[in-house]
Design a binder for this molecule. Structure first.
Ligand SMILES: Nc1ncnc2c1ncn2[C@@H]1O[C@H](COP(=O)(O)OP(=O)(O)OP(=O)(O)O)[C@@H](O)[C@H]1O
Length: 223
């Protein structure tokens, strides 16, 4: 469902040109839980932004479910980011003054889902990520890190995306909480057939994935 071919990203800073992504190719089947490992500065976040259409590749093709996103006009990219991709970040990036439920409802609001349906589906998603019902109405800034990451995962699932991209999802969590989040991502990939790609330094996380890649000097290799 994801096919990446010869993707290159070039940055010009001053008189220097760097290519953190320099001819990356790989494919992922639907429902795969995969990790990309690499040293700090190896280009992991850059590659993830290209796959999520947060940035454009300098050359190469990214095909998600038969749509070549490298060739889409900007107005279609907005819909792609909203409807087809779920993002999960190290810092959770929830709206602090909104409740857990409201945070999960937000992407559905942007997608035009009716209010009644939004709150029903948001509650279902929070149950799926095992956030207890008494926490649904609690403001995001009053939840623990592990709970916030569960809300962020539920939010990423809101519009039923084909692909979830996660940048260091366990980076701010203690080992035990991190392991629960890893187990949850793995379960979502295998049971809901959502393709999940994480970039991480966390070897415990990477050891739980179906496939493991490494990014170094702009090139991706599979372990
Ligand atoms: N917008 C930009 N302009 C210029 N250089 C950039 C830009 N974004 C990233 N870079 C450079 O590209 C390289 C790769 O950065 P990237 O953030 O993708 O690495 P990373 O592997 O995700 O690192 P970390 O694990 O520390 O988050 C770095 O040298 C970085 O400075």
């Amino acid at each position: 469902m994801l096919s990446v071919t010869d993707v290159v990203k070039t940055f010009n800073s001053g008189d220097r040109t760097i290519k953190p992504v320099n001819g990356v190719s790989f494919t992922l089947e639907q429902g795969t839980f995969a990790a990309i490992l690499g040293k700090s500065g190896s280009g992991k976040s850059t590659l993830l932004s290209l796959l999520g259409a947060l940035d454009k590749a300098s050359s190469g093709d990214v095909v998600v479910d038969e749509v070549n996103i490298s060739k889409l006009p900007d107005r279609k990219l907005t819909a792609y980011r909203r409807d087809d991709i779920g993002f999960v970040f190290q810092q959770y990036n929830l709206i602090p003054n909104l409740s857990a439920l409201e945070n999960v409802m937000l992407p559905m609001e942007f997608a035009g889902v009716r209010h009644g349906e939004r709150s029903k589906r948001a509650a279902e998603l929070l149950n799926q990520v095992e956030l207890t019902e008494e926490m649904h109405g609690r403001k995001a800034n009053r939840l623990s890190g592990g709970m916030q990451q569960r809300v962020a995962i539920a939010r990423a699932l809101a519009n039923n995306p084909k692909l979830i991209l996660a940048d260091e999802p366990t980076g701010n969590l203690d080992d035990e909480t991190g392991e629960l989040i890893i187990a949850l991502l793995r379960q979502l990939a295998h049971e809901k057939k959502t393709t999940i790609l994480v970039v991480t330094h966390d070897h415990a996380l990477a050891s739980q994935t179906d496939r493991k890649f490494r990014l170094a000097r702009g090139k991706l290799t599979e372990d």
